[in-house]
Design a protein around this ligand. Structure first.
Ligand code: ADP
Ligand code: MG
Length: 613
């Protein structure tokens, strides 16, 4: 082929527009140009590898398939060299002078669609080769095609509207891109700076990357390898490297899918839940890759909020392809990824819970709070998540848990609801007055110890057609139990409840005889349909309206209790003393219900009662 004199070309109008935005944008993460140039180099090497299979004659056939990056702090230049397929003169003009690049096209389209000043889009999927002009005064591309009959060329531009192509002698195969840095971008000529960027974005590129002669990428993109070739230690090493973690992962899920998207994912659950220690809320940390090149280290919507404890990598080669067909505003691609991965992870957890119940329970005690959050808030996955919930109950041993499905399996035919109690720990729930009526009737009650449980249970609402019901709710109806000998008669009970209602006055909404008490003398039921004790405490803490109104409770008394029988006698014999006892019974019930707000009057009253002993 004949050589041609230096030629000057105008950039295509769209490229001029793109360059104008890239050069003048205040986009802060300019560093992505490194990722773009390295991924172009990696693509070119990959293409060469394919070409080598079919073509016999390849220029500079001995050149290593590697990428060399060099910095020159004195000259303020940065060079990217690869021994890939390279470009002919025509290809330089075609590829670097017209807009073929999917990402750039998409970028312009998104800008046109109202995103005008939204230069954040530059980083989202890259503006390819042109991103170099964010930091470059001038860019020189020395290139020699793999084709043997072609001479080498130099493409150069300052990004201002035109570029030149000239012949160049003594080139090796591939591309050498020399960036002369802008005065305020001199940092990019520093070894440490480029090292940091390469490690962040290009750590898993398959070809060796050398920075000033030193190999940068030594860890493999494990997620693309076949599961049965990978040792546990390799997974752990990868997890530590990729997640900047110091622990060993607790669980891992490595899978690939072909439809509806090509996905390779390697996900980890860390050992500990750091949110548990009052640390700040976790940020999404499953990174999004496209063919080993980082797209986003912390993509927001790639997984649901409640999976924010996950680490690892999702790689989809469909990303650039699909992105070019869809607008940026159209989140459907990300949504699809989210759906596939979430579904797989939920299935994985369900399998774990049966295959390795102990490991699952350990996981649950650490991360169950996230599953609860999901069950309460993520309607799409509510059902699968609810199946994964675990609780201690009145029928489990301390520290052992049950699923809702297992609870239903144990229910008698006549039981229609799933009962639960919220309290601070097992001992307080077991010794409180609420459980005994359920125990006496062989009804299992789930124990919930976390403050959010109240919210979770009322949002989950039902499971397999069975309503989740708070055992301390005023509406709970329990079947009759045979009345033991010596209980107060119906008439005496009625007299006593009326007297109590009158005596306690505004402090109670109502006083009733109870079915649910077996041993305890009395219990308080929250008569406020709209505010549970837990909610009241929360609102008080947040100083919300309504929290200061007096608590309204229904007092239920146990006609079988010795205390009540005694009170019945005293209320006529020694009315003053009986009044003190009545007040104290109410306070005791409020304490068990977590509703006593001020204990001071109680102390004075107790002393009065003690005087009469
Ligand atoms: P994309 O990589 O998405 O195609 P770019 O703007 O990054 O878009 O690059 C435009 C084109 O320039 C590439 O498709 C490729 O044909 C060519 N190119 C860029 N860098 C190189 C390189 N190092 N070696 C060979 N060709 C390259
Ligand atoms: Mg590119």
């Amino acid at each position: 082929m004949s050589t041609t004199a230096p030629q000057k070309f105008e950039f295509q109008a769209e490229i001029k527009q793109l360059l104008d935005i890239v050069i003048h944008s205040l986009y802060t993460e300019k560093e992505i140009f490194v990722r773009e140039l390295v991924s172009n180099a990696s693509d070119a090497l990959e293409k060469l590898r394919h070409t080598q299979i079919t073509e016999k004659e390849i220029f500079d056939d001995k050149a290593e398939l590697e990428i060399n990056v060099t910095t020159d702090d004195k000259a303020k230049t940065l060079t990217f060299e690869d021994f890939g397929i390279g470009m002919t003169r025509a290809e330089l003009v075609e590829n670097l002078g017209t807009i073929a690049h999917s990402g750039s096209k998409q970028f312009l389209k998104a800008l046109g669609e109202g995103g005008a000043k939204n230069t954040n889009l530059i980083g989202q999927f890259g503006v390819g080769f042109y991103s170099a002009f964010m930091v470059a005064k001038s860019v020189k591309v020395y290139s020699h095609s793999w084709r043997t009959g072609e001479p080498g060329h130099l493409w150069s531009s300052d990004g201002s509207g035109s570029y030149e192509v000239d012949d160049a002698a003594d080139l090796r195969r591939g591309c050498k891109i020399v960036i002369e840095l802008k005065d305020d971008c001199g940092d990019y000529a520093q070894d440490w700076k480029i090292k940091e960027i390469l490690e962040r974005y290009s750590a898993f590129v398959s070809f060796p990357i050398n920075l000033n002669g030193k190999r940068i990428n030594t860890i493999q993109a494990l997620w693309l390898r076949s599961k049965n070739e990978i040792k546990d230690e390799e997974y752990t090493e990868f997890y530590k490297f990729q997640s900047h973690a110091h622990d060993d992962p607790r669980l891992r899920l490595h899978f690939s899918a072909d439809a509806p998207l090509a996905i390779n994912a390697l996900l980890f659950v860390p050992k500990d839940n750091s949110e548990k220690f009052g640390m700040s809320r976790l940020e999404p940390a499953v990174a999004l890759y496209c063919r080993k090149v980082l797209i986003d280290a912390k993509p927001k919507d790639i997984l649901p909020e409640w999976l924010r404890f996950m680490k690892g990598v999702i790689d989809s080669e469909d990303l650039p392809l699909n992105i070019s067909r869809e607008t940026m505003q159209d989140r459907s691609l990300i949504e699809k990824l989210n759906k596939v991965v979430t579904k797989r992870f939920l299935k994985f957890l369900a399998d774990e819970s049966t295959a390795h119940p102990d490991a699952y329970n350990e996981f649950y005690s650490e991360f169950g709070i996230f599953l609860k959050e999901g069950a309460a808030m993520d309607y799409t996955h509510k059902e699968q998540l609810t199946k994964l919930l675990r609780f201690e109950s009145s029928l489990t041993d301390k520290g052992k848990t049950t699923s809702l499905a297992a609870y239903i399996g144990r229910m008698g035919a006549e039981q229609k609801e799933i009962y639960y109690l919220v309290g601070s720990n097992r001992a307080s729930l077991e010794s409180g007055p609420y459980l005994e009526g359920f125990k006496a009737r062989n009804l299992e009650v789930l124990f919930c110890y976390e403050p959010v449980d109240e919210y979770v249970m009322s949002n989950v609402r039902e499971f397999e057609g069975k309503k989740l019901t708070a055992a301390d709710h005023a509406d709970v109806q329990l079947s009759d139990l045979p009345k033991p000998e010596g209980a107060l008669s119906a008439a005496d009970t009625k007299t006593l409840t009326s007297w109590l209602k009158e005596t306690l006055g505004a402090r109670v909404e109502d006083v009733k005889a109870s079915d649910r008490l077996v041993d305890s003398p009395a219990l308080a039921l929250n008569a406020d349909k709209f505010m549970s004790p837990q909610m009241r405490r929360m609102m008080k803490a947040m100083k919300k309206d309504g929290a200061d109104e007096p608590v309204k409770v229904t007092l239920e008394i146990n006609p079988r209790s010795a205390v009540m029988k005694r009170l019945f006698e005293t209320h006529t014999a020694a009315p003053e003393k009986a009044k003190l006892v009545a007040e104290q019974i109410l306070d005791n019930a409020l304490i068990s219900a977590g509703l006593l707000e001020d204990a001071t009057p109680m102390v004075a009253r107790l002393y009065k009662l003690l005087e009469s002993v």
